[in-house]
Write a protein that binds this ligand. Structure first.
Ligand SMILES: Nc1ncnc2c1ncn2[C@@H]1O[C@H](COP(=O)(O)OP(=O)(O)OP(=O)(O)O)[C@@H](O)[C@H]1O
Ligand SMILES: [Mg+2]
Length: 286
């Protein structure tokens, strides 16, 4: 799959009219969330600007998925507020379905409907919720499936597709609603290694085309090359954020350093680690 300028321009055409680069798309203030007595988000403040790709990294259990789920209104907050393009979406009586159309989300597990062909997975919400006529929905869905490189699979069922193809269909499905921002939660983590690249390329092209994106990932190369900003989360707090090279190469906080050291060690010198050492390292971290 190539990413020519032409390709990027075609994707750009399908996105909502770009706002100015510094318009605030998402603002979150003082987000707190517990599950029982487990405090998972401990006062998160966040700003995402238009056309920005914000990459969130952090250890397992630090609250990354919960944060994305709160922004998508899949979890109610205990306290704090969230605004989308200046409108508070955590206020009482908000049109949740309307908000979710503007905030696309893609998960680790693709969650495609197994009994629907790829194209029907993509058109379903637009036809049901937006009442888009079938012909128009299918035309747009085919364009989107072509953008993510799976046009020839439009009439296949999910089980006939590879994981990477299914995940690209899931991305096309989220784009169908013309979201103003896209949330990605470890969308390559369930894929075989050789399929990770094709999904990252689609995300990179989306970022290049000007989509506003919040990306939770362990793919440090993606964070470095595509992220405008990297944010490190630990124990429900934002520990550190900044330009990718600063956070990844010159982290200020000890916790960030330990996390990155551990990720690198796991990636590069697995053969030197015994399971006991790995667990000790992890427990020392926690
Ligand atoms: N629906 C839920 N009910 C109860 N506890 C939950 C629920 N969702 C998440 N948690 C807990 O909240 C904490 C944060 O979970 P979360 O999934 O947000 O972490 P994460 O940073 O995404 O981790 P990972 O990298 O493993 O995906 C964990 O302790 C988890 O067990
Ligand atoms: Mg998670």
């Amino acid at each position: 799959m190539s990413s020519t300028g032409e390709e990027v321009a075609r994707i750009a055409e399908m996105l909502p009219a770009p706002d100015s680069r510094d318009a605030v798309v998402i603002r979150a203030e003082g987000i707190r969330k517990s599950f029982g007595d487990n405090l998972v988000l401990d006062g998160i403040d966040l700003v995402v600007h238009g056309r920005e790709t914000l990459v969130i990294i952090g250890p397992s259990g630090s609250g990354k998925s919960t944060l994305l789920r709160c922004i998508n209104l899949l979890e109610p907050l205990d306290s704090g507020r969230i605004w989308l393009e200046g409108e508070e979406i955590t206020r009482k009586g908000v049109d949740v379905s309307g908000v979710r159309q503007q905030i696309g989300i893609v998960f680790q597990q693709f969650n495609l409907f197994p009994h629907l062909r790829a194209i029907d997975n993509v058109t379903l919400a637009a036809r049901r919720i937006k009442r888009m006529p079938r012909a128009e929905a299918e035309r747009r869905a085919l364009e989107l499936l072509a953008r993510v490189g799976v046009a020839e699979k439009a009439h296949q069922y999910p089980q006939q597709l590879s994981g990477g193809q299914q995940q690209r269909v899931a991305i096309a499905r989220a784009l169908m609603m013309e979201p103003h921002v896209m949330l990605f939660d470890e969308v390559t983590s369930a894929l075989d290694p050789e399929l990770v690249g094709e999904v990252l390329i689609v995300m990179r092209d989306l970022a290049l085309a000007g989509m506003t994106m919040l990306v939770v990932t362990h793919e440090m190369q993606f964070a470095r090359e595509v992220g405008d900003r990297v944010l490190f989360m630990d124990e429900g707090r934002l520990v550190e954020q900044g330009a990718p090279a600063d956070v990844l190469d010159r982290p200020k906080e000890e916790r960030t350093r330990r996390f990155l050291r551990r990720s690198l060690q796991m990636a590069h010198s697995l053969e030197d680690l015994t399971i006991t050492e790995a667990i000790e390292e992890r427990e020392g971290f926690e």
